[in-house]
Design a protein around this ligand. Structure first.
Ligand code: ZN
Length: 244
């Protein structure tokens, strides 16, 4: 059974109780974390099998060196695979080399992979291109006949793409309100209304909003906007375990 847990759900700016968007997936047979920012202890505790990094922006990747360091300090010996879009290698290798991580004594193998489809435990992952940066990706997660779509950072997805159809859960960024749509699009992002519209078009069961602004009031305003278009919209509980 696939479980997922938000380690954070904010955009670039953190709240005390909500760090940058990153999501841990487990199914009892394997585990994968999408992006690395806050609450790295949860990733270490999961004895993570693999990491997927979606793009080059700071809030999505800055904790990678710390994860590798913590895994090494806690005695990891088996390889760690980092799935990443082609073009992200210089950022990843740069962070690893800045801290000389590959020269640590008995460091485990750090494997970079550009595979766009792969399996971890019983979970199948398929990345797809998003309209955010030239290399950014989102991901489809499938396990036991269930399907989840995470858009990653993205400008609005205008119509429900065929490859997303059948998703029970949509995790969609909501960087602001529709009244700021033009500014959001300029910055490569989308609104809570965009998230609600896509969830409705897909016929999804649940919608979780992420990449949120700071502050409770701002988050609640986004939730209201999304719910006006898709009632089963939620703000994620941080470190709450959800089952797909
Ligand atoms: Zn971004």
């Amino acid at each position: 059974m696939l479980k997922f847990k938000f380690l954070g759900a904010n955009g670039s700016c953190q709240d005390a109780d909500c760090g940058n968007t990153s999501i841990l997936f487990t199914d009892g047979a394997g585990s994968l974390c999408i992006d690395l920012a806050c609450n790295i202890s949860s990733v270490v505790d999961a004895d993570i099998d693999a990491v997927l990094l979606t793009h080059e922006h700071i809030d999505h990747i800055y904790a990678l060196p710390s994860l590798l360091h913590q895994l090494w300090l806690t005695g990891r010996t088996r390889p760690l695979t980092i799935y990443l879009p082609a073009g992200l290698d210089p950022f990843v290798n740069g962070m690893i080399d800045l801290f000389s991580i590959r020269s640590k004594k008995n460091i485990f193998a750090i494997v970079l992979s550009h595979e766009e489809q792969f399996t971890v435990g019983g979970m199948h992952f398929q990345t797809f291109k998003t309209d955010h940066t030239p290399i950014s990706v989102g991901v489809i997660v499938e396990e036991g006949g269930r399907k989840l779509v995470y858009t990653g950072d993205s400008r609005p997805i205008p119509a429900a793409p065929e490859f997303m159809s059948g998703a029970q859960v949509l995790i969609h960024e909501a960087s602001g309100l529709e009244s700021n749509e033009q500014t959001l699009i300029q910055k490569g992002h989308s609104s809570a209304a965009d998230a609600g519209r896509l969830a409705a078009a897909l016929g999804a069961g649940q919608l979780y909003l992420c990449h949120l602004p700071r502050g409770t009031a701002a988050k609640q305003a986004l939730l209201s906007e999304a719910r006006s278009l898709f009632p089963a919209a939620h703000l994620p509980g941080i470190l709450t375990e959800y089952t797909l």
